[in-house]
Design a binder for this molecule. Structure first.
Ligand code: FAD
Length: 377
């Protein structure tokens, strides 16, 4: 995976790709296809398979503080390791040589998991070392973006040993991957040169926590989450994420998100508060894991309803409902787009009115024709 001029990680062929490998890529790459084979819980048109819905947080106060939301994902990972369910976790962590970027890590201790906690709104490729990981003797948990998880599940359909290697797969709701240029623009606004940077956090250390840059001389610059995401990152999200029908991680065993508190109109507030994750157990395995982590006091939870999730994550529901009209615009002008199977997009689309569909269709058409967006293979 190499950083493109636009600031996204893209696969680069290092040798000629055999045609059967090319076929396999076409069946696995989430830029080409996203598929849900089966689900073992009730399926909600907006939120996908649901076995259990809760809000909650890590019982370990440091994990709750360091975590992006309530540290629930990290706490579940710690439980998985300490209970012996897995021996390690394949996850994404800050790149020590480039603090705005991500790298992959095989975590084996609580401290490793704590170091990886918190969201980094920058390109990541947690599957780039998959073949290396397949050679290790241990069973591992995997955490990645919804598209990483969909790719891992798709690859496991072709290589069953992948499912044995990764018996538990976790994810988070994803608003999309911003270009690396988003983080550089934040640094620019803070007046910090990337050559002066010694540490950078997108958020976490509180909920939602601030974007925080520390220079080599120890000077600290901060920016609120609302400003960092709203003014610098969200506008630099790649096209593939804007037409993602699976940004809520429907193929994971458990998915976590921000359990935002809303204002009187139901729109999320980003005021600082004690961390709170939204937790959706999607499979029987995920539900059992959540139950076990709760009774062993790794996570504390409260029940939630589908209506609660709609108030916490209105943007996710809106995007999923409008994916079909956006794709229709791309199809009309002959642009490529991924194939989606088993994702019940028509059910989701029916929840939006004709005017919203028309606007999203026209907006995508306009942006595509003015070449401000393009999906590249
Ligand atoms: C790019 C991105 C977009 C997001 N968009 C939304 C959104 O729209 N709505 C929402 O509710 N939540 C979103 N999240 C998720 C949210 O920020 C929290 O991760 C989630 O609420 C779980 O919080 P937690 O405290 O339980 O997780 P933590 O305990 O903090 O664990 C976070 C986990 O995410 C992994 N991780 C961090 N950054 C990346 C990355 N770039 N790629 C792959 N893995 C990573 C870490 O390795 C860690 O395992 C997004 C996260 C990312 C990285």
């Amino acid at each position: 995976m190499k950083m493109s001029d636009e600031g996204f990680l893209r696969p680069v062929a290092q040798a000629e790709v055999a045609s059967e490998t090319d076929d396999l890529i076409a069946q696995v790459c989430p830029g080409a296809v996203v598929q849900i084979d089966r689900h073992d819980g009730p399926f909600d048109a907006d939120w996908g398979p649901i076995r259990e819905l809760a809000t909650g947080h890590a019982c370990d106060p440091e994990m709750r503080y360091q975590g992006s939301s309530g540290g629930a994902l990290s706490a579940l990972l710690q439980y998985l390791m300490e209970s012996g369910t897995v021996e390690g976790v394949a996850q994404t962590v800050i790149d020590p040589g480039d603090p705005v970027a991500n790298t992959s890590q095989l975590s084996r201790t609580r401290d490793d998991i704590l170091r990886a906690a918190g969201s980094r709104y920058a390109p990541s490729a947690p599957l780039e070392r998959l073949f290396e990981l397949m050679e290790t003797p241990e069973r591992l948990a995997f955490v990645g973006k919804p598209c990483d998880v969909a790719a891992l599940r798709a690859y496991a359909r072709h290589r069953p040993e992948v499912a044995e290697k990764f018996p538990v797969v976790l994810s988070f709701m994803c608003g999309g991957i911003p270009s690396r240029k988003g983080a550089l623009a934040i640094l620019d606004k803070m007046g910090v040169g990337s050559e002066d940077l010694s540490d950078f956090r997108y958020r976490g250390q509180g909920w939602p926590g601030k974007a925080r840059a520390v220079t080599r001389s120890g000077e600290v610059q901060e920016m609120t989450y609302a400003e960092a995401w709203g003014d610098f990152l969200s506008s630099r999200v790649q096209l593939r994420c804007k037409i993602c029908p699976d940004a809520t991680g429907m193929t994971a065993d458990i998915v976590c998100a921000d359990a935002w508190y809303g204002d009187e109109r139901g729109y999320p507030l980003f005021d600082e508060a004690d961390g709170r994750s939204l937790i959706i157990a999607r499979t029987e395995l995920g539900q059992n894991l959540l139950e076990a982590a709760r009774s062993s006091q790794f996570v504390a939870t409260q029940p939630a309803t589908v209506q609660d999730v709609g108030l916490m994550q209105p943007y996710q529901a809106r995007r999923r409902r409008l994916v079909l009209s956006r794709i229709a615009a791309l199809a009309l002008i002959g642009r490529i787009y991924p194939r989606y199977r088993g994702l019940k997009l028509f059910q989701a689309a029916r929840r939006s009115g004709a005017l919203a569909h028309f606007r999203s269709f026209a907006g995508m058409l306009r942006r595509s024709l003015t070449k401000r967006t393009a999906l590249s293979r």
